[in-house]
Write a protein that binds this ligand. Structure first.
Ligand code: ADP
Length: 334
């Protein structure tokens, strides 16, 4: 598909260059011919007509002059044609290269979209398959009693909940990626935002006996309270998920230059250096979160966090050491 689009775009570029080249060549040809006639006239005419620049009637030249002018005209025309051919051939190569460059980001975006759709379908198919299999097996069981049926429904409900979580994540992600500019913004105190995010994850922290230490300066930015709360809830939720019991999480808000710097630090399992460049990609989960700790998740939280930060032209970075913990740093323009 992109090959044919590239060829079409090249054809358009070349067509534009042909038109420009012709527009320049025709006057060039006309000027050369006029100049030629003027020179010949200077030699054959009386002195009082030498400065007359108007085109001269062709029948006023001698037979030999006419022959010379005709030959030179033909030579000029052939040379201009050759120059045009060279320009068109050269420009075809350049146009093909430029068409490739123009289409590359679109191709990358479409590939990304395809990957996203495939990943999302795959994640949705897993719980659907589980539900389908359980229902089919139960329907074949002629002695299905009420308690087994209840167990089946409970298990189905778990899978439905997973699908609901996933579809909520997908909706959130598409909302921030597509409608990022449509969000209403107000004067928001980041201290209040963090307090709200901490409140949301409090119960999870309590379950793991994790203490959340706050060091929050009141700092106002132009932002959207719910989506900023979502951003820091994701970071705090991860910090809790990937920390051991009885540990500590630190969250701070400070001003640095024209930026608000927010840090969420945990002393949990950390992230391998090899994984760090990918953790903000959609559906990316490290091996340790899939296998060792077996924490729930779809690898969409940090992708959402990054999309939110990007709506503020901010930055999100991470520093991490395996088994020592991770620090997520968010910079937002004040
Ligand atoms: P998930 O739902 O899997 O947590 P995220 O997008 O939030 O998805 O995170 C992507 C991956 O980055 C996680 O699967 C985990 O491996 C890693 N990760 C994120 N935050 C932390 C953290 N605070 N400590 C260790 N690993 C983390």
């Amino acid at each position: 598909m992109f090959k044919s689009a590239r060829i079409k775009l090249t054809a358009w570029y070349v067509a534009i260059i042909i038109v420009i080249s012709l527009i320049l060549s025709l006057p060039a040809y006309r000027i050369t011919v006029l100049e030629l006639e003027r020179r010949v006239r200077r030699e054959v005419q009386t002195p009082n007509t030498v400065f007359d620049l108007r085109p001269m009637p062709f029948n006023s030249f001698t037979q030999i002059d006419k022959q010379v002018i005709k030959e030179i005209k033909e030579k000029v025309a052939v040379q201009l044609l050759l120059i045009n051919l060279c320009i068109v051939t050269g420009s075809a190569f350049i146009a093909y290269f430029l068409a490739g460059k123009t289409l590359a980001p679109i191709e990358e975006m479409m590939e990304d979209q395809k990957r996203f759709t495939a990943d999302a379908s795959h994640e949705l198919r897993t719980p659907l398959t589980a539900i389908k299999t359980e229902i089919e097996v139960s329907l074949r069981d002629k002695k299905l009693d009420l308690s087994t049926a209840k167990k089946l429904l409970t298990s189905n409900l778990e899978e439905v909940n997973k699908m609901q979580t996933l579809s909520n994540y997908l909706l959130t992600l598409s909302r921030y990626e597509i409608q990022s500019t449509g969000l209403s913004k107000d004067k928001v105190n980041l201290k209040e935002v963090i307090k709200m995010a901490v409140k949301k994850v409090k119960i999870l922290a309590q379950n793991k006996k994790i203490e959340i230490v706050e060091d929050l300066d009141p700092l106002f930015i132009n932002g959207n309270f719910p989506n900023l709360t979502e951003l820091f809830t994701i970071l705090l939720d991860n910090a809790i998920k990937y920390s051991n019991k009885n540990s500590q999480i630190e969250v701070s808000v400070k001003k640095s230059g024209n930026y608000a710097k927010i840090e969420v630090r945990d002393y949990g399992i950390g992230i391998k250096a090899a994984d760090l460049p990918y953790i903000f990609n959609r559906f990316y989960r490290t091996d340790s979160s899939r296998n060792k700790t077996k924490t729930d998740g779809y690898g969409l939280g940090l992708a959402i966090a990054k999309s939110i930060v990007e709506t503020y032209q901010g930055k999100i970075e991470v520093k991490s050491v395996v088994s020592r913990g991770s620090t997520f740093k968010v910079s937002l323009p004040v």
